[in-house]
Each structure stands twice: as structure tokens, then as C-alpha cells.
Design a protein around this ligand. Structure first.
Ligand code: SER
Length: 355
């Protein structure tokens, strides 16, 4: 299943269940605790905190996100990128745990037809209610794992909204490593979807490495994020996140520049470099389209770092020509063709308006 269809099926499912489709927010965040948009829920922080009343109690989005915390893993694991799209459904004081778990299960097993016996779930340590809901749905006890706040507690900013979460992971099989579930192997048990039960307020201090829950939000909310790029790995049966149709056309451009085919995700430095160039080119295109320019601070510094890394990895593949204009243009062309109407394609229009 191609990416445009994956996006549309997600949106259609949640729109038919009363969610309003809202646009992706820009990558440049106006939240002082955040440099760049890194999750679908960012734009709803004031709603969760009770500062803003939403137009509708249910929303769905396709959110563009940049996360560079795992930048060194790009090309080394099969699952890390610096830019990705997050498919999300949100409840603002409306439905809660049982409903969101049922929705997610139905979307994965019926809309996308993933085999139920390949799905594992994690829940926050003391979240017996989530375990009970998963058991009722039919997930066997030995495929439900309890993890601590570092894995199964989401927060945005201090102070900010937070809550326990439940993640759904897909078992890619023994070719990707040892058994034992997501608690022991992130590469084999690929995290696809994070369901956050957004109900608390995070404050300063705390005994969990600086994590303190200091109160309750005015209402109980739901924030979910399903990684489009990761779901595409499974639905397109490719090995690495860089090999999905979201990035394949850019790969071809890089291969032409290098003059050799991509060797596949084989752990060699050349393999890593191909994937870094392709991944970073997409992130660079999106950042510039959203108004970021290279500089030595803030989001401009993130962009400059990505550009330097992309150029360095292209050079290590033997490319001596100017590399970024050609590759980022291919990213924009691909977007203009593939994703019009989701809010993501607007990047192509905006990029086209720039000198
Ligand atoms: N905020 C959560 C995440 O980004 C769920 O959307 O994973």
C-alpha cells in the first residue's frame, strides 16, 4: 500500500468517527519549550492545559515532525529518520482509554490488515486498566509488557501536559533479532503507534530523573501518534524506513549522483551514507520550506548541521558536485506528485515560491 493511501485510510477512518481533520502545524514551533515540532500533539498543548477551547472535541491530523535526537542512528538502524509524518487522532475531554485502544486495534488489524498475532503492546507499569482493555480485545497476556516512565510516559515541556501511554509494536520476525518483545528488542518489535492517556501535569523536580507529576489536567484527553513511515515499512514489505515510497524517488536521484546503486541496508559505511543523504535531504527541504535558514543557533543550527552531514556523507560516496539543490528539488517534486491534499503537499507550493 502506497503512502498516500495509508494516509487517506487513516483520515477516513477517524473522520467517519466524528473527528475533524485539521492541518499539520508548521515545523517551527511557537512553544518556548520546543525548537521544532516533534509530535502531533504539539499544536494542542494549550487545549490539553485547558487554556483554549477546541472547535471540536475530536480531531485527526497528518503532522510533519522533525526529531534529531536519534540522528546518529539514521542509516544504522532500519527505523530511524530525522523527518517523519505522524498520523494522529485526538480526544479533548471526549473518549478515553477503552475507545482509543479499540480504534487503534481496528485500524491496524482491519483497515491495514496487519496480522493480530504479530502485534505486541506495552503499557505503563501500574496501568492495570490498559492491560484489562487489551486483554478484552484479545491480546494474550504474554504479548503485553509493562515498562517505566522513560518508555511509556509522554510529556511535553515543563510545565506541560503528560500521561501514561500504551505502544503498539509489530514483530518483524527472527531475521530482525532475538525474541522477547519490545521490552528487549526495538529493531525486531517495531514501535508503530503510541497512545497517550493525557491526564496529568508535569512539573519541576521529581525523583524519576527530573520527572515529576504535579497535578491533573482539567479533563482527560487522548493523544496518539502512528508513524506513517514505519507503518509503510510493514505495508510495503521493505527492510529499512529509507526504502519506502516516501523516500524511494530521492534514492534514485542520489544513486544517479553517486553513479552506483544503493547496496541495501547492509551495515557498511556506504549504506549508512546513502541513507543519511536521502533522509537529511527530506528534512532540509521541509525545514527551508517552513522558513528555517541555516544559522549558528536554534532551529537554524539544526538545519546547518543536517546540511553539513548530508554534504559530508555525499562526499564520502565520491560526489564532488553541488549535491543539495538537486536532491532537495527531487524531494519537493515527489511531494507535489504524491501527497496533495493532506496538508503535507503544501510544502511543495511554498518551496516553489522561494528564490
Ligand atoms: N505524543 C505522542 C508521541 O509523539 C503520541 O502522539 O509519540
Amino acid at each position: 500500500m502506497r503512502a498516500p493511501e495509508i494516509r487517506q485510510k487513516f483520515l477516513d477512518y477517524f473522520i467517519s468517527r466524528g473527528h475533524s481533520q485539521l492541518p499539520s502545524s508548521p515545523l517551527v514551533s511557537d512553544d518556548p519549550t520546543l525548537l521544532l515540532t516533534n509530535a502531533g500533539m504539539n499544536q494542542f498543548k494549550p487545549v490539553f492545559l485547558g487554556e483554549v477551547t477546541p472547535a471540536s472535541p475530536r480531531a485527526t491530523t497528518v503532522q510533519k515532525c522533525v526529531r534529531t535526537v536519534d540522528i546518529e542512528n539514521v542509516g544504522r538502524t532500519t527505523r530511524h529518520v530525522t523527518f517523519f509524518e505522524m498520523l494522529g487522532n485526538f480526544s479533548f475531554g471526549d473518549y478515553f482509554k477503552p475507545e482509543v485502544i479499540s480504534y487503534a486495534w481496528e485500524v491496524l488489524t482491519e483497515v491495514y490488515q496487519l496480522p493480530p498475532d504479530r502485534l505486541w503492546v506495552t503499557v505503563y507499569l501500574d496501568d492495570d486498566e490498559a492491560v484489562e482493555v487489551w486483554r478484552r480485545i484479545g491480546v494474550p497476556a504474554d504479548r503485553i509488557q509493562r515498562l517505566g516512565w522513560a518508555d511509556n510516559y509522554w510529556s511535553m515541556g515543563v510545565p506541560g501536559p503528560c500521561g501514561p501511554s500504551s505502544e503498539i509494536c509489530y514483530d518483524r520476525g527472527p531475521a530482525y533479532g532475538e525474541p522477547g518483545g519490545p521490552a528487549v528488542n526495538d529493531e525486531r518489535y517495531l514501535e508503530l503507534w503510541n497512545l497517550v492517556f493525557m491526564q496529568n501535569i508535569r512539573g519541576e523536580g521529581g525523583d524519576k530523573d527530573g520527572f515529576a507529576v504535579v497535578g491533573e489536567l482539567p479533563r482527560r484527553n487522548i493523544d496518539t501518534g502512528l508513524g506513517l513511515d514505519r507503518l509503510a515499512i510493514i505495508l510495503q514489505d521493505v527492510e529499512s524506513i529509507t526504502q519506502t515510497d516516501l523516500l524511494a524517488p530521492t534514492f534514485e536521484v542520489v544513486e544517479d549522483l553517486v553513479g552506483r546503486r544503493f547496496p541495501g541496508h547492509d551495515g557498511t559505511e556506504a549504506s549508512v551514507s546513502y541513507q543519511v543523504v536521502v533522509d537529511h535531504a527530506r528534512t532540509i527541504a521541509f525545514l527551508i520550506a517552513d522558513g528555517v535558514l541555516p544559522s549558528n543557533e536554534g532551529s537554524g543550527y539544526v538545519l546547518r548541521r543536517l546540511m553539513r552531514r548530508a554534504i559530508r556523507h555525499a562526499q564520502s560516496l565520491g560526489v564532488t558536485d553541488l549535491v543539495l539543490p538537486t536532491i532537495t528539488t527531487s524531494v519537493v517534486d515527489n511531494l507535489a506528485r504524491g501527497v496533495a491534499g493532506t496538508g503535507i503537499g503544501e510544502v511543495a507550493d511554498r518551496a516553489g515560491q522561494r528564490p
